[in-house]
Ligand binder design. Sequence first.
Ligand code: SME
Length: 162
Amino acid sequence: MAEELQSIKGTKAEIYESLIPQIQCLIQGETDFVANLANIAAALKETFSWLWVGFYLVRNNELVLGPFQGPIACTRIGYGKGVCGTAWKDRKSLLVPNVEKFPGHIACSSSSVAEIVVPILNSNAEVIGVIDVDSECFDVLDEIDRVYLEKISQIISINLFT
Ligand code: SME
């Protein structure tokens, strides 16, 4: 495992292209689910300085807060509730450029104005959790984040659930 992240300057896609192999190295050989998610959250936060990045995990038909970096957050989210619960229900990524325009958005922090949520699937294609990112800035989260966060979600699935 690398002792520290190598950060590069470049386009967002280039930064993700550099980060993803480092994330693979971080979790390679470690089977503990929580430890790996904690390091992935830290790597993403260190790289992108978003307001909040972390995981909610499906537990008894609810999403329960998992490893994260950022301000304290709500602990439980129901199926179909908020951005996270909707992404879980619809089984697809949800990019919300302006949270005020998303009915039912759950405001954990008044500083968050935009959000992206990406489901994580197990080997049976069931949602076992989500990656959630919150930004204090409009126009920061976009389709590039969706593409690469979906890759990271797949890496988590492949490495942790197969
Ligand atoms: N805004 C989310 C809740 C989780 S926090 O953003 C960390 C939602 O609407 O589901």
